[in-house]
Each structure stands twice: as structure tokens, then as C-alpha cells.
Design a protein around this ligand. Structure first.
Ligand SMILES: Cc1cc2nc3c(=O)[nH]c(=O)nc-3n(C[C@H](O)[C@H](O)[C@H](O)COP(=O)(O)OP(=O)(O)OC[C@H]3O[C@@H](n4cnc5c(N)ncnc54)[C@H](O)[C@@H]3O)c2cc1C
Length: 348
């Protein structure tokens, strides 16, 4: 089923890079669509909604959740078409030079240009491999933290020893009653400063252990977790209020493997682009974590620059006589009406 309408720019991925691309594409008066696999926009920032983000220019320390809200509002400023819950399976360039994006429902989306903003692909948390564990996901088994308040004065067992597990242990230790970290290896695998902070804190690290059983009496909540100590071979029980699993993510990064456009890649995944966000395929650009070049900054701040560059190149691909760069917002006619409303509300 082909979508008859052809867009100027179709952005694959609704994370920070995709959302800023959508904003900038609207600014440059391009007909824009975003296709996102998840049921919501925001990308990887949903992994850390409660983390305080310090390093986005112009923003004072802001929780991830608030950052998502701002990114989405800005990204939707020019009313792009948004398609949620659809995975783009492949990209193909047809005989007319238009891109055909096939999505999981079988629909085909047509576009003059494409901005690939898929980050590290589609992320799904690795689930705890214990039979029946999924029934506790509605009560006290978590794969991410939506609200720190939920953990206040609770006994929390975190399973995992990577950056994410360590970060959460450090965040929770001051507010929880007690934090246990169960890790099957003998040494934590995180940034040095965070590891030291955790080891010096009141949290208890249970090395060489692994969850083998979730025990419940009411059938709804985990009351104790059985841990197997691989060194002694013995099992013991830890009473818990909340259990947080941080075993990493399964990554579905198959989009470019299944695409016939033949875009040049590096390290078996990333798009080998340039500092203007161009790929080896004319009309196909990349922004955010998926883009690789020598000056690439793998931060949200870097994703914004990639996005603006990608849109400027897309604009000139479609309209070769268009100016190379968008103007600063003060000179942009598209903001005139919006500015009027803002100024009126300020003087009201
Ligand atoms: C724990 C953690 C903490 C971080 N802290 C910071 C920080 O403090 N400051 C900072 O600047 N950066 C931080 N980062 C990095 C930052 O989150 C990323 O650089 C940023 O999210 C990259 O944005 P992106 O849009 O390129 O990719 P993503 O945010 O990964 O978004 C990509 C989107 O594309 C979608 N997608 C993927 N494949 C498809 C497909 N085939 N079809 C449809 N949709 C698809 C995904 O579902 C996802 O929503 C952190 C990252 C992590 C993991």
C-alpha cells in the first residue's frame, strides 16, 4: 500500500536528533514527516526520565522527562506529520529518484529526502530470564525508573553492574531505605567516579550473585529475591520492596542492513557521513548518534548541529537555488505570527 502523498523530508526516529530536524525542517518550510517506532516521541531520553541533564546549551539542569517535553514541543512547532508505532523496515530509492520507506504495517512512505535519526536503533530492555517474572512488571519489578518518589524509604534490589545500574544505585541510595546491588561479576563496569561513589556509599554490593527466584505470597508483589552466590554455590534470600533490572538493552539495528540504498557505513553500524550530515547517498542524510565523522559530538548538543546541517542540505537538494543556511530566527518570516502571540502574552 503506497502513501500517495510525497513529503519533502521524512525523518526516521523521533529522538532529540529527529525532533530538532523536524523543527528545523519546518523552519525551512519543508513538508515534513517523522516516523517513530515507539508509541511516543523522545528517543533514548526515555531511558533516563529522572536523570538531571546539565549539558544541553541554554538549559539549566533539567530532568530528562522535562527535556523530552521541551524537545517534543519544539519539534512539533511547524506541525509535521507524525507516525508513531511504526518501524521503518527498509529504505529504497525508486526510478523517479524518490525514497520509498517501507514500514512494519506494509505501508510505503514516499519522500524526496530522508534524514536517518535512528540513534542506536530500537532499544528494548533485556528482560529478567525467570519464568513468570513479567507478571510483576505491573507492581514492583522495573526496567527503568519513571519516578524516584516510588522508591523513597524502600528496600531496593538493583540487578546489574554497568553504568546505568550504578547511576541508579547512586541516585537511589540517599532516598531509599536500603539499596542492594546484585552483580554476577566481581567488579563494577562503570565510570570510575560513579563506581567510587557507589562503593563508598551505604549501598551494599553483592558481587558474584545473580537472581534465581522471585518469591511472592500474595501472587502480585515480589517480597523476597533469591540470590545465588556463584563463589560459595549457596543461595540466600533478600527481602525487597522494589526490584530494578539493568541488564542492558536488546538493540534492533536492522534498518540499514535491510535497505537497498547502499549507504556507506562504519564499524558495521554507523552511517559514514561528513560534518554536513551528508551520507554517500544523495538526498539521504544522518543526524544524532547514528552519524559518524571525525568531528562528531555524541551528545544531544551535537545532534542539534547534525540536524540543522542535514535539513540545510536537504533543502538545497530539493531546491538547488535555496540559500545554503537557514537564517537566524529573528529574521525568519515564519516566526512573525508566533512572535506576536508571545510578545502579546508578555505584555498582557
Ligand atoms: C543513560 C544515558 C544517559 C545520557 N545522558 C546524556 C546527557 O546527560 N547529556 C547528553 O547530551 N546526552 C546524554 N545521553 C546521550 C543522548 O541520550 C543521545 O546522544 C541522544 O538521545 C541521541 O539522540 P538521537 O535522536 O540520535 O537517538 P535516540 O535518542 O536513540 O532516538 C532514536 C529514535 O529512533 C527510533 N528508531 C530507531 N530505529 C527505528 C526504525 N527503524 N523505525 C522507526 N524508528 C526507529 C528509536 O525508537 C528512537 O526513539 C545519554 C544516554 C544514555 C543512554
Amino acid at each position: 500500500m503506497q502513501n500517495a502523498e510525497c513529503f519533502d523530508v521524512t525523518i526516521i526516529g523521533g529522538g532529540p536528533a529527529g525532533l530538532y530536524s523536524a523543527f528545523y525542517s519546518g523552519l525551512r518550510e519543508l513538508k515534513t514527516k517523522i516516523i517513530e517506532f515507539q508509541p511516543q516521541l523522545g528517543g533514548k531520553v526515555h531511558v533516563y526520565p529522572e536523570k538531571i541533564v546539565w549539558d544541553v546549551g541554554g538549559l539549566l539542569p533539567t530532568p530528562g522527562e522535562k527535556l523530552i517535553e521541551n524537545l517534543v514541543k519544539q519539534g512539533l512547532s511547524f506541525d509535521p506529520e507524525v507516525v508513531l508505532g511504526e518501524k521503518v523496515e527498509s529504505i529504497h530509492k525508486n526510478e523517479d529518484g524518490l525514497f520509498e520507506l517501507t514500514v512494519s504495517s506494509g505501508a510505503i512512505h514516499l519522500s524526496k529526502t530522508v534524514i536517518v535519526a535512528v540513534g542506536s536503533g530500537i532499544l528494548k530492555p533485556q528482560k529478567l530470564q525467570i519464568e513468570g517474572a513479567e507478571r510483576f512488571e505491573v507492581s514492583n519489578l522495573h526496567y527503568t525508573i519513571q519516578s524516584l518518589k516510588e522508591f523513597k524509604d524502600k528496600t531496593v534490589l538493583i540487578s546489574g553492574g554497568g553504568n546505568s545500574a550504578i547511576d541508579w544505585a547512586n541516585e537511589l541510595t540517599p532516598i531509599a531505605k536500603k539499596v542492594f546491588v546484585s552483580y554476577r561479576k566481581g567488579e563494577l563496569k562503570g565510570h570510575e567516579a560513579q563506581v567510587s561513589q557507589l562503593l563508598e556509599s551505604d549501598a551494599t554490593c553483592l558481587f558474584h550473585t545473580e537472581i534465581t527466584k522471585l518469591c511472592t505470597q500474595d501472587g502480585h508483589h515480589i517480597e523476597t529475591v533469591e540470590l545465588l552466590d556463584h563463589k560459595s554455590g549457596e543461595s540466600y534470600a533478600v527481602p525487597v520492596d522494589e526490584v530494578l533490572i539493568n541488564h542492558g538493552f536488546d538493540q534492533d539495528a536492522s534498518l540499514l542492513d535491510h535497505s537497498q540504498v547502499g549507504v556507506e557505513r562504519t564499524n558495521h553500524y554507523y552511517i559514514a557521513g561528513n560534518e554536513n550530515s551528508e551520507s554517500s547517498v544523495p538526498g539521504l542524510y544522518a543526524a544524532g548518534d547514528i552519524l559518524a565523522h571525525d568531528g562528531k559530538l555524541n551528545l544531544i548538543a551535537g545532534a542539534f548541529q547534525d540536524a540543522a546541517n542535514a535539513v540545510n542540505k536537504a533543502k538545497q537538494y530539493i531546491e538547488p537555488d535555496a540559500t545554503a543556511k537557514g537564517m537566524v530566527s529573528s529574521h525568519n518570516a515564519v516566526f512573525k505570527e508566533k512572535n506576536k502571540e508571545i510578545v502579546e502574552s508578555l505584555v498582557r
